[in-house]
Ligand binder design. Structure first.
Ligand code: BGC
Length: 371
């Protein structure tokens, strides 16, 4: 693997920012991957972390265009959300197919291709990223008031329901990374001022949000006490790379505490090769190493004083860039099951490249390592 020097790393970080901004739609949406047919949509999950990287890297206007897009997507669905919340409040069992989608077309539509659509984490993550951005750059949250309120109502009503995870799998489980995003989003908006117009949430909404947050934190806590570390889903001891987000940046558990450390060690010991697997047994493109998760491991390492390891992750990610400087979603050098690569290549084409989220996480890690 060619070793990238400091200036190569800086160049890749800069070109990553340009690539993200270059592909940002005029609506503000970030496509997950412009060249991979099924990813020409904007996911709240990918988008929120991409916006977070843009905000950290001194491109706040791009981040704000994305948050504005999120707000319009949610405001346009305010009645639908109110209806869902109302129905569950009356004791109705609302089917998962009727919940909000996971990804939207770039102009904010629902899209008409079937997808693994009921996922909650993105709704928590956009709230978390929005407040972090506003705090970082001293921006007002006033324009987001109604969209935030709808999102909070939605998360309060449905935040602990089973749904598809970050990898759009296992709709039957309650995934800890998803619950962590719900907690992070609700915590972020509960006690924050909107600008000059007083608190972002009205007192009644803030107090239900606090109650729901405590409930979800309790679920995670019970599970953690049993397993000793965070788990992929409630009720089983396996780990998943997405759990790293519950340590850094969500701080669902103290990132310096024993639960975080045991979770970090489990993820590192079980899932790290050169890069990080999503989970053991993954078969998507044979189950390769994911760039975003490798950046995540490094991000947590940098935040917990292991900067040399973090720098190693950064160099590993840079070494996966194509000659055009594009970062893929995953690489297939150490697949868990090589016999499962071709079926995906036939179904959807080669691995998504460039993946904007991979570029964003590279930037986030580069900023941490530079500090
Ligand atoms: C991943 C998701 C991601 C989506 C778009 C999927 O393959 O599992 O986490 O949001 O791609 O990047």
């Amino acid at each position: 693997m060619p070793l990238a020097g400091r200036s190569d790393l800086r160049r890749l970080a800069r070109s990553s920012l340009d690539l993200i901004e270059g592909h940002q739609h005029s609506s503000g949406a970030y496509p997950a991957s412009p060249d991979y047919p099924v990813y020409r949509y904007s996911w709240l999950r990918d988008g929120a972390f991409i916006a977070d990287a843009m905000s950290r890297a001194g491109r706040p206007d791009s981040a704000e265009r994305f948050f504005g897009w999120c707000a319009r997507v949610l405001d346009a669905r305010a009645d639908r959300i109110a209806d869902l919340v109302d129905r569950v409040g009356r004791g109705e069992d609302v089917p998962a197919e009727q919940m909000l989608p996971t990804r939207y077309t770039l102009d904010g539509g629902d899209g008409d291709e079937p997808w693994w659509d009921f996922q909650l984490d993105g709704y928590g993550t956009w709230l978390w990223a929005l407040v972090a951005h506003a705090t970082r750059h001293g921006r007002s949250l006033e324009p987001y008031r109604s969209a935030v309120a709808s999102t909070v109502d939605y998360l309060v009503a449905f935040g602990d329901r089973p749904c598809y995870d970050w990898w759009e799998e296992h709709a039957e489980h309650r995934h800890v990374a998803t619950l962590g995003a719900v907690v992070a989003g609700l915590r972020a908006v509960t006690d924050v001022p909107a600008g000059d117009g007083g608190p972002l949430l009205d007192p009644a909404r803030a107090s239900t949000a606090r109650l729901r947050t405590a409930g979800v934190e309790g679920l995670i806590h019970i599970e953690t006490t049993r397993a000793g570390h965070l788990t992929k889903w409630l009720g089983a001891p396996a780990v998943d790379g997405s759990l790293l987000a519950c340590l850094t940046p969500f701080e669902v558990v103290d990132p310096h505490g024993p639960v975080a450390e045991r979770t970090y060690q489990q993820v590192r010991d079980q899932l790290l090769r050169g890069g990080v697997y999503r989970y053991l047994g993954d078969t998507f493109y044979g189950g390769g190493e994911w760039l975003i998760l490798t950046a995540w491991l490094g991000w947590h390492e940098a935040r917990t004083g292991r900067v040399e390891l973090a720098a190693e992750r950064l160099r590993w990610i840079a070494a996966q860039a194509t000659p055009a400087g594009h970062l893929p979603e995953q690489v297939s050098g150490n697949p868990q099951d090589p016999s499962r690569i071709d079926e995906w290549v036939h179904r959807w084409g080669p691995v998504a490249t460039p993946l904007l989220w991979s570029h964003a996480m590279f930037v986030t890690l580069a900023l941490e390592v530079e500090q």
